[in-house]
Write a protein that binds this ligand. Structure first.
Ligand SMILES: Cc1ncc(C[n+]2csc(CCOP(=O)(O)OP(=O)(O)O)c2C)c(N)n1
Length: 622
C-alpha cells in the first residue's frame, strides 16, 4: 500500500483523471498551476498541451471531450479563468463534460490580503469572484483550500461531471497541490438516475398520448437531436426507426447521430433554414413530428418559434404531446417504450414510406422552371430544384462536380466537398467509414455544411446552440488529439476565424493534419447582415450594407508561413474557382501524416449565401 507521503493532491487529481481515460490537458499555465503540471507529468502519462490563449484552450478541451467523453482545461486564477469562461459556458449549455482546474493564489497570499490588503497578481478584492462566476456555468463548483478535504471534493466534482455530462469547476490554492493526501479509493463513475414506479406511470401516459396522436394524424417523422448522442442512444434510435419504418431527420446539433447512409435518413431539418425540399417533406408531407432529444434552439428551428399540436417532443427528461406535458420521463425509457407500443398497435415496418417520392408526386402541379437555354431544372420561387424523384436521388443531388472554371459559391463548394467525402469513403451502407470529421463554425459555414453527407456516426460537430464564433478552429486541436486517426475538416467564416486563428499555432506544433477552410466573403459578417437586414442580399441590395459587418481584410493563406516552420510545416492556399478546388482536393487527399495542417482561403462573392437561408431574403423582399 502506498503511503500518504507519496500522494499529493496534484498526483491524486491527475491519477483520477488518468483513470477516466484523459491523456491530454489543455490550457495556459501560470505560476499557480505550475506545481500541478510538474507533478502530473512526473506521476501519470497525461501530457500538457499548452494553447496560445485560454479561449483556444477551452475550445480544445471541449473538442477533446466531445471526441473522448471527458476534457480538462487548466488555467491560472483571474486573468486566465475569466478569459476561459465563455468557452465553459458553451460546454455547460451544450452538455459537454469538462473539468476546469483554476489554480489560485496560496492560502498565505489570501491571508495577506485579509490582514494587509495586499493584492497578489490576478486577485480581485472579491475573494469569491471566480467561484461565483463559474457557479453560473457549471454543474458543481468548489474551492480546495486544504488537502484533507481535497480528495472528496475532487471525487464529488468528477462524479458530478460524468453524471450530469456538464462542466465542473475546481479552484485549487497553489500550496495545496503539493500537500500530502490519501491515495484514491474506489472508482469514479456516472450514477444513472433510477426509474421509479412513478416514472413508470407517467411514461405510460406519455406513450398513450403519443400513440393516440400518431393514430389520429398519421405519417410521422422522427427528428433526432443531440441528446441521442449525449445519452448514448444511437442504437435505440436506429432500432425505433428501423422496426417501425418511420423515417428520420436530425437537427444540426444532432447531425451524424446515425450514419447518413441509413435508408431512413431524410436530411437535416432546421426550421425555415433547412433546404426547402427537406422543409417540405418534414412539415408538409409528414403529418406529425416526433422530436427525440432534439432541443428547440433557434439554430435547430431556424426562424420558427412555436411547435403545434402535431408535435411530440421528448427531451430534458420530459415529454410534450402537443400542449400536454409529461414530466420526468427519461429519453431512453421513452424510445424503448414507444417502439414497443407502435409495433403492438401498427405492426413492424408499418410507417415505411419515401416522403420525397410523395412530395414529387404532389408537387407536379407546380410550375417547373428551367434554366434558360439548357432545359435543366432551375430553382422555383421557394428555391426548390426538381432534379430528383425520390429520397435517394435527392440526397445524391447534394454532391457532385461543377464546371471547372466556375467561381466558388457556398453551395457549389459544399457540393464538391460532399463529392470528395463520398470519393474517400471506405465500405458501403451503415458500415461505411470516412477518414474525416467535420467541425463547422457559426454563420454561413454551418448553414451550408449542414448538408454534407456524413456516412459515419459522430463525424459532424458544431457548437450550434451557444454559437460562439471561432469555436471550430480552437476545438479542432482537441478533436484531433482525442481522435488521432481522423482528419478534421474545419469550415469557418473569415470573421469567426479572426477570433481564434492563433489555434493554428497548436495545430502546427502538434503536427496535426487539420484542414481549415476559411470562407472569405470579402471580409464580411454575412450572417449578421442576413439577420439584421437581409435586403442586402436581394436585388440592388448594396445600399443596405451595414458598416459594422465589414472586417479588416487579411491575407489568410499567408498565415501558413507565420505559424509553420521547417520542422512543423503548414501549407496555405487561396482558391477562387472549381478548377483550383479540384487541385486542392488532390493535395488534401494525399496529405501525408506529419506534413502538417492546411489552411485554405476559400474566396466566395460577398453577396453569396447558402440556399438554406434564402427564406430570409424572400421574406424581406415580399
Ligand atoms: C464570440 C462571438 N462574438 C460575436 C458573435 C455574434 N456573431 C454571430 S455570427 C457573426 C459573424 C460571423 O461572421 P463570419 O465568420 O465572417 O461568417 P459569415 O457570417 O460571413 O458566414 C457574429 C459577429 C458570436 N456569435 N460569438
Amino acid at each position: 500500500m502506498t503511503t500518504n507521503k507519496n500522494w499529493t493532491v496534484a498526483r491524486y487529481l491527475a491519477t483520477r483523471l488518468e483513470s477516466l481515460g484523459v491523456s491530454k490537458i489543455f490550457g495556459v499555465p501560470g505560476n499557480h498551476l505550475g506545481p500541478f503540471l510538474s507533478i502530473m507529468q512526473e506521476t501519470t502519462n497525461i501530457r500538457w498541451v499548452g494553447t496560445t490563449n485560454e479561449i483556444n484552450g477551452g475550445y480544445a478541451a471541449d473538442g477533446y471531450a466531445r471526441a473522448t467523453g471527458l476534457g480538462v482545461v487548466g488555467v491560472t486564477y483571474g486573468v486566465g479563468a475569466f478569459s476561459l469562461i465563455n468557452t465553459v459556458s458553451g460546454a455547460f449549455v451544450e452538455r459537454v463534460p469538462l473539468v476546469v482546474i483554476n489554480a489560485s493564489p496560496t492560502n498565505e497570499q489570501w491571508l495577506n490580503y485579509q490582514a494587509l490588503g495586499l493584492l497578489t497578481s490576478h486577485m480581485s478584492p472579491n475573494q469569491e469572484s471566480n467561484l461565483n462566476a463559474y457557479r453560473q456555468v457549471t454543474a458543481f463548483a468548489t474551492v480546495i483550500t486544504n488537502s484533507n478535504l481535497a480528495t472528496s471534493q475532487i471525487d464529488t466534482a468528477l462524479e458530478t461531471c460524468l453524471t450530469e455530462g456538464q462542466p465542473v469547476y475546481l479552484e485549487i490554492r497553489q500550496n495545496v497541490f503539493e500537500s500530502p493526501c490519501d491515495p484514491p479509493q474506489g472508482k469514479i463513475e456516472a450514477r444513472p438516475r433510477p426509474t421509479t414506479e412513478r416514472n413508470g406511470t407517467i411514461l405510460e401516459s406519455a406513450i398513450e398520448a403519443t400513440v393516440n396522436r400518431i393514430r389520429k394524424l398519421g405519417k410521422p417523422i422522427l427528428w433526432g437531436g443531440v441528446e441521442i448522442d449525449r445519452f448514448k442512444l444511437a442504437d435505440a434510435f436506429q432500432d425505433l426507426s428501423e422496426k417501425t419504418g418511420i423515417g428520420f431527420c436530425t437537427t444540426i446539433m444532432g447531425k451524424s447521430i446515425l450514419s447518413e447512409n441509413h435508408p431512413n435518413f431524410m436530411g437535416v431539418y432546421n426550421g425555415k433554414a433547412s433546404l426547402p425540399e427537406v422543409r417540405k417533406i418534414f412539415n408538409e408531407v409528414a403529418q406529425c413530428r416526433i422530436g427525440l432529444g432534439a432541443w428547440t434552439t433557434s439554430k435547430n428551428l431556424g426562424g420558427t418559434q412555436d411547435l403545434g399540436e402535431d408535435w411530440i417532443k421528448a427531451d430534458h427528461e420530459g415529454v410534450s404531446v402537443g400542449a400536454s406535458y409529461f414530466p420526468e420521463v427519461k429519453l431512453s425509457d421513452f424510445i424503448a417504450a414507444l417502439k414497443e407500443a407502435l409495433l403492438k398497435e401498427f405492426g413492424e415496418g408499418h410507417f415505411k414510406q419515401d416522403y420525397y417520392q410523395q412530395f414529387v408526386k404532389e408537387y407536379k402541379g407546380a410550375p417547373r422552371p428551367t434554366t434558360r437555354g439548357t432545359g435543366a431544372p432551375a430553382p422555383d420561387k421557394e428555391g426548390i430544384v426538381m432534379n430528383f424523384v425520390d429520397r435517394a436521388s435527392f440526397l445524391a443531388s447534394l454532391s457532385g462536380h461543377s464546371s471547372k472554371s466556375m467561381p466558388l459559391t457556398y453551395d457549389s463548394f459544399i457540393k464538391r466537398i460532399n463529392q470528395f467525402l463520398e470519393d474517400n469513403t471506405t465500405g458501403t451502407g451503415l458500415d461505411a467509414t470516412t477518414p474525416y470529421i467535420v467541425i463547422s463554425d457559426a454563420g454561413f459555414s454551418l448553414l451550408s455544411s449542414q448538408n454534407l453527407k456524413m456516412v459515419e456516426r459522430n463525424t459532424f460537430h458544431s457548437q450550434a446552440s451557444w454559437l460562439a464564433i471561432g469555436y471550430s478552429v480552437g476545438a479542432a486541436t482537441g478533436f484531433k488529439e482525442g481522435q488521432p486517426d481522423k482528419t478534421p475538416l474545419v469550415f469557418v467564416g473569415d470573421g469567426s476565424f479572426q477570433e481564434t486563428c492563433q489555434a493554428l499555432s497548436s495545430h502546427t506544433r502538434l503536427k496535426q493534419d487539420n484542414v481549415i477552410f476559411v470562407f472569405n466573403n470579402n471580409g464580411f459578417y454575412g450572417i449578421e447582415q442576413m439577420l439584421v437586414e437581409p435586403k442586402y442580399y436581394g436585388k440592388g441590395g448594396e445600399q443596405y450594407k451595414d458598416f459594422y459587418n465589414v472586417l479588416h481584410p487579411w491575407q489568410y493563406a499567408k498565415l501558413a508561413e507565420v505559424f509553420g516552420n521547417e520542422e512543423t510545416p503548414m501549407q496555405g492556399f487561396v482558391i477562387k474557382n472549381h478548377d483550383e478546388l479540384n487541385d486542392l482536393l488532390e493535395v488534401i487527399g494525399s496529405n501525408k501524416r506529419g506534413s502538417g495542417p492546411i489552411l485554405v482561403q476559400v474566396v466566395v462573392p460577398q453577396r453569396d449565401y447558402p440556399k438554406a437561408i434564402g427564406y430570409k431574403v424572400r421574406e424581406a423582399e415580399k
